[in-house]
Design a protein around this ligand. Sequence first.
Ligand SMILES: [Zn+2]
Length: 144
Amino acid sequence: MSDPLLIPCPHCNGLNRIPGERRHESPRCGRCKAQVLPAAPIELTQGNFASQLKGDLPLLVDVWASWCGPCQAFAPTFQQAATQLQGRCRLGKLDSEANAQLSGQLGIRSIPSLILFRGGVEVARQSGAMPLPQLLAWLRQHGL
Ligand SMILES: [Zn+2]
């Protein structure tokens, strides 16, 4: 038996306690019954960002904008990464236009930008889109 992991619900922001060995079994939120670890990126906003930074799994953030061609081109890669990393890393997309204040606080200078958080602290950052193998290799360098 492994220690339970604290994981915020992407839907209601409630913190769930998920036994480590159960995280690959599509656990549901104790409060709202939404999937706690969906196989798709979650939507981050100024409203939920602080809550979603919490918990025991790393959070990989894709900062993007709807007018940005490279961001659009990168979206399917990010989706594939979310599927491959399900249960190990949480992935979220942050619309830099809709959340300009938060993007400014994060010091975003160009998009797409990828930021990896662990324990609520930034541990790595990369500007520009990457093919999936390169993205996974980059994450491996940072312990994933
Ligand atoms: Zn919930």
